[in-house]
Design a binder for this molecule. Structure first.
Ligand SMILES: Cc1cc2nc3c(=O)[nH]c(=O)nc-3n(C[C@H](O)[C@H](O)[C@H](O)COP(=O)(O)OP(=O)(O)OC[C@H]3O[C@@H](n4cnc5c(N)ncnc54)[C@H](O)[C@@H]3O)c2cc1C
Length: 502
């Protein structure tokens, strides 16, 4: 089959999935007013793959069928492949201002990363790694969209999952010839209303014990599987706007977040990739290059997002000519620094990429870890800069609808600025409001803080994997050298000059 059209994607969502929002079950996520905007945006992304000027940039030929398949599924065999893939991701990310963090390319690349090391999952005669490889090929050939859930519910974070007094986390409750049966809950499932499949993988460390074994698994199932229910947060989209131009991002880019509940859900064996294997769960990223591939994808998202924020900053500053002031130029320069920092790290990760034992190219990890750790703070600073630049104007522009109302003359007269007529100024400032002030903006900031894990524990992880010994050795060597070359009685220079004066 290969790449889907937007229409095929929308049709695939009419599958009687159990999506709850605002106390209701959604009949059709493609038409419900709270969800249709994001569904439409995703359909547009799928259609872009068919656009004559974009097809070659967004697809490649399937090694299995010869069909055109999405480039985010590619197993990169060279640095050039990584660059091509990044350019493809950037097309989707530019189209969504980097605000659709879980667009399907995220999970396509994630699953490719695991499948590229499928043999690591083949730990016994059940050959669960082969299941993973087959699954990756199936989603690639059918262009399926995935949501994922990695985290146990927030019940008691002072205890491990198997020691909770309220046992709410998803776990294996039964094993049959047909598969494993799962009961309980997981969080978060961003994009769940719009995806075909749910990926359930481990994230936090699991004890290697009989008590913890029922929580140690990985699998994928269709979103409309019997017993599966997604309970979503209320939309961030404003429900009663006079014009969609008042909330131009919220109305199109609310990808939705939810909890997933498993009511005795049967997962067929061919969809199980890890089973009662805490050791595999805990070494998932060490045994595969998946995290590096994912970081490459989301750093591209960060680049698109930072470029959008910078462009918005330039446009705001130009509109009211505040860019003549030095501190404004300083803040815009900060935005330039952020954009160029992310771009440089991304490029460095590609240039220093290495093939794994299967010949799949894996980006260098440290430049991407640096983006992962620093971008949340940078993004929040960019939102702050937009607020500082827009100031009172962010709340002193009216609805776009006023341009056609009975006070249109006043609106055209009094909302002009030095470099923009009223219409442009209202559109621009409403965009800035939605980007940096609205509920959508708050959710984006929360997303950047947490989408890739808890920054506190990630910082600890980075510290633990970083090669520290060579640096400590260097300090030891310096101290030993200084000690050996002490200048008797000298108070001055630390180093004895190589060519002392005669
Ligand atoms: C907008 C958004 C979208 C998301 N989308 C997805 C998704 O699609 N799929 C998915 O799987 N996940 C998703 N996540 C979840 C994300 O992975 C988690 O939020 C993240 O891993 C942090 O876990 P938590 O939210 O359970 O926080 P908690 O673990 O409950 O932490 C809350 C606070 O307590 C501290 N804390 C808790 N336990 C410890 C500890 N053991 N050591 C030190 N500090 C601790 C943390 O530092 C943090 O400040 C999303 C999150 C957000 C905000």
């Amino acid at each position: 089959m290969g790449i889907r059209t937007g229409q095929q994607f929308l049709e695939s969502l009419k599958d009687d999935r159990d999506i709850r929002i605002d106390g209701e079950r959604i009949k059709d996520v493609t038409t419900d007013p709270r969800m249709a905007g994001a569904a439409q945006t995703l359909a547009e992304l799928y259609d872009m793959q068919h656009q004559p000027d974009l097809t070659d940039k967004m697809t490649y030929t399937s090694p299995a069928t010869g069909d055109k398949v999405g480039l985010s599924f590619i197993q990169p065999r060279s640095v050039d492949d990584l660059v091509r893939r990044r350019e493809m991701v950037k097309i989707w990310m530019d189209a969504t201002c980097g605000m659709f963090g879980r667009s399907p390319d995220f999970m396509n690349i994630n699953m490719m990363g695991f499948a590229a090391s499928f043999d690591a999952f083949n730990r016994d005669e059940r050959k669960l790694g082969d299941n993973l490889r087959n699954y990756y090929e199936m989603i690639r050939e059918n262009d399926l969209a995935l949501t994922h859930t990695l985290i146990n519910p927030q019940v008691d974070r002072s205890k491990p999952v198997e020691a909770q007094s309220k046992d709410l986390a998803a776990k294996v409750v039964k094993e049959t010839d047909a598969g494993i049966v799962i009961n309980g809950a997981r969080m978060v499932t961003t994009l769940c209303a719009y995806t075909n499949e749910l990926m359930v993988f481990p994230s936090t460390n699991i004890a290697v014990s009989d008590d913890a074994a029922p929580y140690a698994f990985a699998f994928c199932i269709p979103c409309n599987t019997q017993g599966l229910r997604f309970i979503c947060r209320p939309p961030v989209m404003h429900q009663n706007t006079a014009s969609p131009m008042d909330y131009p991002l919220s109305s199109r880019l609310d990808e939705g977040d939810g909890m997933v509940i498993f009511h005795n859900v049967l997962v067929p064996w061919e969809r199980v990739f890890i089973y009662r294997d805490a050791e595999m769960c805990n070494s998932l990223y060490a045994k595969t290059g998946a995290m590096r591939q994912i970081m490459h994808q989301f750093s591209t998202k960060n680049l698109a997002k930072a470029e959008f924020m910078m462009a918005l900053g330039f446009a705001l500053a130009k509109s009211t000519k505040i860019d003549v002031h030095l501190h404004v130029q300083g803040m815009l320069a900060e935005m330039i620094n952020i954009v160029e920092f992310v771009r440089s790290c991304l490029r460095a990760s590609e240039v220093d990429a290495k093939p794994n034992e299967e010949g799949v190219y894996t980006p260098a990890d440290m430049p991407l870890w640096t983006v992962r750790q620093m971008f949340p703070k940078m993004y929040i600073r960019m939102c702050e800069i937009i607020q500082i630049l827009g100031a009172g104007g962010l709340v002193a522009v009216p609805s776009y609808a006023e341009l056609d109302g009975d006070i249109a003359q006043d609106v055209e007269t009094y909302f002009e600025s030095a470099n923009a007529n009223s219409k442009t100024r209202i559109k621009l400032f409403r965009l800035a409001f939605d980007t940096a002030v609205s509920t959508f903006a708050g959710r984006q900031q929360l997303y950047e803080r947490y989408y890739s894990g808890d920054p506190v524990r990630l910082a600890g992880m980075l510290y633990n994997i970083y090669d520290k010994d060579s640096h400590v050795d260097r300090i030891d060597a310096l101290l030993n050298d200084l000690e050996a070359r002490q200048i008797p009685g000298a108070q001055g220079p630390l180093f004895r000059p190589k060519y002392a004066a005669e």
